[in-house]
Design a protein around this ligand. Structure first.
Ligand SMILES: Nc1ncnc2c1ncn2[C@@H]1O[C@H](COP(=O)(O)OP(=O)(O)OP(=O)(O)O)[C@@H](O)[C@H]1O
Ligand SMILES: O=P(O)(O)OC[C@H]1O[C@](O)(CO)[C@@H](O)[C@@H]1O
Ligand SMILES: [Mg+2]
Length: 345
C-alpha cells in the first residue's frame, strides 16, 4: 500500500521527527512511503520522491522539513482538486498524511469531505489548533523566546530601559503568554486582547515610581493596537502579502516601543525574534510529541481512520475529527491570561 506525506504552512521544529516516525512505523505495516514536495503543491505538480528508512535516518533532531513546505492552497488553484485527485490516482496513493497547521488541515478537511483518504498531524509554533492540547514546535519556540526574555532582562536592568520583545503569533498569544510568564515579563500583549497603549504606559510609569527602573514588554506580532481615541484597532503589517495572499505581519514591536517612549519618556528598545523562533533543533519534548504523533498517524492509516488527525489529550495520543480541529482557532483562554496578569502589577 502506498502512503504519501506532506508538510504545509510555516515550518516548525519537529517536522523531521514526525516524518522519520511515520516512515519507521510504515515499514512495520509494510507501507511504501512517498514524500510530497512543498505541501499540497507536491500533489498539484506531481512532485515527489520515495521515503525510506535510509533517507529518513539522522533527521530526528534537525530543524525544518526534508519535504519542503509552501502555503499553496489547492482550492485556490485552477482545477486544484481535480489535479490532486488525478495525481493520487496516477500514483496509486492509498492515503495522504498531511502535517500542518489550521490552514493546511482546513484544506485536508475539505479534501476528506471530497472523499479522499486523509490523516492529519497537528504542527505549528503558534499552538492555535483546536482539538489538541498542544502542537509540536510550540515548546521549542517558547524555550527560544523565554531565553530571549531572560537575556533582555539583564541588559534592560543595567541600562534602566524598557525593552519590547516581539514574538510570533498571528492569531493567538500562546507563545507571548508562555514566554512572558516563564521570563517574568512586566507586560504581555496578545492578539486576543487589543492593546491599550495608554494603560501600558501608565503601568510602566507606576512601576518606575515604585523603584523598578526597567521593564520588559512581550508583544505577539498579531496584537491589534489603537493609537488614538479616533482610530480603530489595527494590525501592524509590512504592507506585503504572503504566498497565501494574507498580509505579512511584523512591526508591532517598533510601534509599541515608540509609543512607550513618547508617552513615558523612558528610553526604550525593541527586539524582534522573528524566524529564530521557528528554526533549528526541536526540544526533547517536541521530538517526543512529534514521534508519538507520527506513529499514531501511521496506525490511523492502517486502521482506516480517515478524516481525523492525531491529537494530544492529557498525556494520551488520540484521534480527533479534522472538522472539529479546524472549526475554530484555539485562543488563550481569559482564565489562563489572568494568571499572567497577576504579575503585571
Ligand atoms: N479554510 C481553508 N480551506 C482550505 N485551505 C486553506 C484554508 N485556510 C488556509 N488554507 C490553505 O492552507 C495552506 C497553509 O495555511 P497556513 O499558511 O495558514 O499554514 P498552516 O498550515 O496553518 O501553518 P501555520 O499557520 O502554522 O504556518 C495555505 O495554502 C492556505 O491557503
Ligand atoms: O514569515 P512566514 O513564513 O510567512 O510566517 C510567519 C507566520 O508563520 C507563523 O510562524 C506560524 O507558522 C506565524 O506565527 C507567523 O505569523
Ligand atoms: Mg495558519
Amino acid at each position: 500500500m502506498k502512503v504519501a506525506v506532506l508538510t504545509g504552512g510555516g515550518d516548525c521544529p519537529g517536522l523531521n521527527a514526525v516524518i522519520r516516525a511515520i516512515v519507521r512505523r510504515a515499514s512495520e505495516h509494510g507501507f511504501e512511503m512517498m514524500g510530497l514536495r512543498d505541501g499540497w503543491k507536491g500533489l498539484l505538480d506531481d512532485n515527489h520522491f520515495r521515503l525510506t528508512r535510509e533517507t529518513t535516518s539522522g533527521i530526528l533532531h534537525r530543524g525544518g522539513t526534508i519535504l519542503g513546505t509552501s502555503r499553496v492552497n489547492p482550492f485556490k488553484v485552477e482545477n486544484g482538486l481535480e489535479r490532486v485527485k488525478r495525481a493520487i490516482e496516477r500514483n496509486g496513493i492509498h492515503a495522504v498524511i498531511a502535517i500542518g497547521g489550521e490552514g493546511t488541515l482546513s484544506a485536508a478537511t475539505r479534501m476528506s469531505q471530497e472523499g479522499l483518504r486523509i490523516v492529519g498531524v497537528p504542527k505549528t509554533i503558534d499552538n492555535d489548533l483546536n482539538g489538541t492540547d498542544f502542537t509540536f514546535g510550540f515548546d521549542t519556540a517558547v524555550h527560544i523566546a523565554t531565553e530571549a526574555v531572560d537575556r533582555l532582562h539583564s541588559t534592560a536592568e543595567s541600562h534602566k530601559r524598557v525593552i519590547v520583545c516581539e514574538v510570533m503569533g498571528r492569531h493567538v498569544g500562546w507563545i507571548a503568554t508562555y514566554a512572558g510568564i516563564a521570563g517574568g515579563a512586566d507586560v504581555i500583549l496578545v492578539p486576543e486582547i487589543p492593546a491599550d497603549l495608554e494603560a501600558v504606559a501608565q503601568h510602566l510609569v507606576r512601576r518606575n515610581a515604585g523603584g523598578r527602573t526597567f521593564s520588559i514588554v512581550v508583544v505577539a506580532e498579531g496584537t491589534r493596537i489603537k493609537l488614538s481615541a479616533e482610530q480603530n484597532e489595527q494590525l501592524v503589517t509590512t504592507g506585503a502579502l504572503d504566498e497565501a495572499g494574507r498580509p505579512r505581519l511584523g512591526g508591532v514591536g517598533n510601534i509599541v516601543a515608540a509609543e512607550i517612549e513618547r508617552r513615558t519618556g523612558f528610553e526604550t528598545r525593541v527586539s524582534v525574534l522573528g524566524h529564530i523562533q521557528r528554526g533549528g533543533a526541536p526540544t526533547a519534548h517536541d521530538r517526543v510529541l512529534a514521534t508519538r504523533f507520527g506513529v499514531h498517524a501511521c496506525d490511523m492509516v492502517a486502521r482506516g481512520e480517515f478524516g481525523k488527525m492525531a491529537a494530544l489529550r492529557g498525556n494520551e495520543i488520540v484521534s480527533e475529527e479534522l472538522a472539529e480541529a479546524t472549526r475554530e482557532l484555539k485562543r488563550v483562554p481569559e482564565e489562563f491570561f489572568k494568571v499572567a496578569q497577576v504579575f503585571f502589577g
